[in-house]
Design a protein around this ligand. Structure first.
Ligand code: JB3
Length: 204
């Protein structure tokens, strides 16, 4: 079962299949009957427990919003679902990298030595996470972004598409690094930072 039926859910459905799972369907806040790359939308989140009673044990999070994804991940685990890490066969993952439960790693991503991707995280298409990086809970590393070595990313932070983070820089919890930005200094929690070098422009 995949949670969500929007753009992110499409790639999660296909990722789950490429990891060998059969996707019985998607649960979405909008339960209008439709298909997500061939998987039917079968109801809202309140259907999850009946699916569990009917033998569906695994769930995957197909929601891009970091806060919503974390909340639903915690709720599904409390119900008794298992959220396996889903790693594309077309990602390059060091044997010493750690990918925690509920996290997904998309095609073309590169995870280097001893990095750690926290629970419910997304390493999106062609993003790279270098050695010793530490990503918190429900982080999103957007397509094509690059983290150099020993970068710290706080819970629910969003690293925008095509951005870069220099070695050892910390990105605070709930921060957003804008598309194409380059972080060469630490970015405080709860801020939106844009540009090169990235500067915090607003609080969230
Ligand atoms: O940039 C990339 C490669 N991906 C983006 C992704 C990370 O985030 C993508 O382009 C989108 O910008 C975004 O994808 P997402 O989260 O699929 O957004 P959207 O296409 O707007 O779909 C969100 C879906 O979540 C909608 O179908 C909502 O009805 C549903 N939704 C919202 N809240 C919910 C809930 N579904 C469930 N099951 N439960 C909720 O609480």
């Amino acid at each position: 079962m995949v949670i969500g039926a929007g753009g992110h859910a499409k790639i999660v459905v296909e990722l789950a299949r490429s990891c060998g799972f059969e996707v019985v369907g998607c649960l979405d806040a909008d339960d209008t009957p439709r298909f997500v790359v061939g998987a039917p939308v079968i109801g809202r989140d309140d259907m999850a427990s009946s699916l569990l009673s009917n033998g569906v044990r695994f769930a995957a999070l197909g929601i891009g919003n970091n806060r919503v994804r974390e909340r639903i991940g915690v709720e599904l685990e409390a119900l008794g679902f298992s959220l396996p890490a889903l790693i594309s066969p077309n990602a390059v993952v060091s044997p010493s990298a750690e990918v925690e439960r509920g996290a997904i790693v998309m095609p073309g991503a590169v995870l280097n030595a001893e990095c750690r991707i926290g629970p419910f995280g997304i390493v999106n298409t062609s993003a790279s996470v270098d050695h010793d990086c530490r990503l918190g809970i429900a982080v999103h590393i957007a397509p094509g972004s690059r983290l150099a070595g020993s970068v710290i990313v706080g819970d629910r932070a969003m690293i925008g598409v095509g951005s870069a983070v220099a070695p050892g820089v910390s990105i605070g919890a709930d921060a957003v690094l804008g598309a194409g930005a380059t972080a060469i200094h630490d970015i405080p929690s709860n801020t939106v930072a844009v540009g090169t070098p990235a500067r915090a422009r607003a609080t969230r």
